[in-house]
Design a protein around this ligand. Structure first.
Ligand code: FDA
Length: 413
């Protein structure tokens, strides 16, 4: 008999398989987040999903400001950070953003494109969770919430896992074990790094983890006067691509999509570069044109017409510039244009896992089949979603990785 249908509270009927194992399932999935739920929808039969949280898909529920940026129609390998940039190709190709969107459409979930290919639910992220739970139920998979994972062993053919539920231990044996418990981001939301510990137990190599898609911090109070100021910029770390998105000053430093994007590429001790005039093709020429039209206006007033005034005052103070723009030479304007388009800043750190949207690094993809996500040295052990060394850009790319990697594993199981 297979595990019973999805339910957070109801105990599914699981059948003893041998005297040593209290219950047997074909596949045990650890983590009822995006990847775990989607894998359960495709794997089967005989799937049990366990999670220590009170509700499934907690991050989905709060993602995208409650509307879930569930994919990006431009999802492509280049939008992912991974030590082996080729690893993501197979899974992303075999289950695309369009495939996931077809499912969303089939479930009557209304959506819209916000910007840059980012697709959001019209109503609520809960629609995505409901869709996933419905698929899981349709696949006769069971879901145990508020379940802690204890000791895990492998006897050569099966995994044996002690699960603690309602204060009672249950020994479950499974042919397949799927690690879908995410990364370390936002411990308050239940992130524990469990997948890394299990991977270590089974000798899977790992890439050092760090916080990604995270605000960058600066020395105490450095940005405080500008807190709340936002503007469109082009930002770039010492490595990686540049991103044309918004920057937001906060009391602790810099945030906003442009900064979150480059935070995944930034390393301690390196500068970031911010172009404050991203839409200008020839900033020096634009400043000369402003000088011509400004008459006797101050430089601060003129720049205040194209940039937030608070920022202008702070920058001119820092650069010791002022006076009337009419008095500035072409060379002085060219220097100013270079400063405005190549503003160099050195963050002291990041806000870390406390606020990071994702975890960089994780289970080394060299240890996994790119087609199935199965560990090469441990048949039956699958790793999907955020616990793998694959991190997408901001904008729906990370959920698409969760769907694609879960589909790759689920259809194999
Ligand atoms: P996920 O973290 O979703 O699920 C892991 C599950 O494992 C959780 O349910 C957790 O409770 C469970 N678990 C962990 N430790 C356990 C343990 N010890 N025992 C049992 N269970 C355990 N991405 C995107 O594409 N679009 C977006 O709009 C957003 N928005 C967003 C907002 C915020 C605030 C955050 C923090 C993140 C995002 N993301 C995002 C990123 C996205 O949420 C993330 O990439 C996916 O949720 C990863 O899916 P996983 O299933 O791998 O992990």
């Amino acid at each position: 008999m297979m595990p019973g249908k999805a339910s957070g509270s109801q105990a599914p009927a699981l059948e003893p398989c041998n005297p040593e194992a209290a219950m047997h399932v074909q596949t045990l999935i650890i983590g009822a987040g995006a990847a775990g739920l989607y894998c359960a929808a495709h794997a089967g039969p005989g799937v049990l999903v366990v999670d220590h949280a009170r509700a499934a898909g907690k991050k989905i529920r709060i993602s995208g400001g409650g509307r879930c940026n569930f994919t990006n129609i431009h999802a492509r390998p280049e939008a992912y950070l991974c030590r082996n940039p080729h690893f993501v190709k197979s899974a992303l190709k075999r289950h695309t953003a369009t495939d996931f969107l077809a499912l969303v459409d089939a479930h009557g979930i209304a959506w819209h494109e916000k910007t840059l290919g980012q697709l959001f639910c019209d109503k609520t992220a809960k629609d995505i969770v409901a869709m996933l739970l419905g698929l899981l139920q349709k696949n006769d998979a069971a879901l145990w919430l508020q379940t802690e994972v204890g000791d895990i062993t492998h006897d050569g053919t099966h995994f044996h896992v002690i699960l603690h539920r309602d204060g009672k231990p249950t020994r479950v044996s499974a042919q397949n074990l799927v690690l879908a418990s995410g990364g370390k981001s936002i411990p308050k939301m239940g992130a524990t790094g469990l997948a890394y510990r299990i991977a270590e137990q089974f000798d899977l190599p790992q890439i050092e983890t760090r916080a990604g898609l995270v605000p960058l911090t600066f020395p105490d109070g450095a940005m405080s006067p500008l807190a709340g100021t936002a503007l469109p910029v082009r930002a770039q770390a010492a490595r990686g691509p540049s991103f044309d998105e918004a920057l937001l000053f906060t009391h602790r430093g810099l945030s906003g999509p442009a900064i979150l994007q480059i935070s995944s590429y930034w390393r301690e001790g390196e500068d970031i570069t911010v172009n404050l005039l991203p839409s200008s093709r020839d900033p020096a020429a634009d400043l000369r044109a402003l000088r011509k039209s400004a008459g006797a206006k101050s430089l601060a007033t003129v720049l205040g017409g194209i940039l937030p005034r608070k920022l202008v005052d702070a920058l001119l103070g820092q650069w010791n510039l002022g006076g009337n723009i009419a008095d500035m030479s072409d060379k002085a304007l060219a220097d100013l244009a270079a400063r405005l388009t190549g503003w160099q800043l050195r963050p002291t750190g990041s806000e870390g896992y406390r606020t990071a949207e994702v975890t960089l690094g994780g289970i080394d993809t060299d240890a996994l089949s790119s087609r199935t996500m199965e560990a090469k040295t441990m048949p039956g052990l699958f790793c999907i979603g955020e616990c793998v060394d694959v991190t997408g850009w901001l904008g729906g790319y990370n959920f698409q990785w969760a769907w694609s990697s879960a589909h790759a594993a689920g259809t194999e199981i």
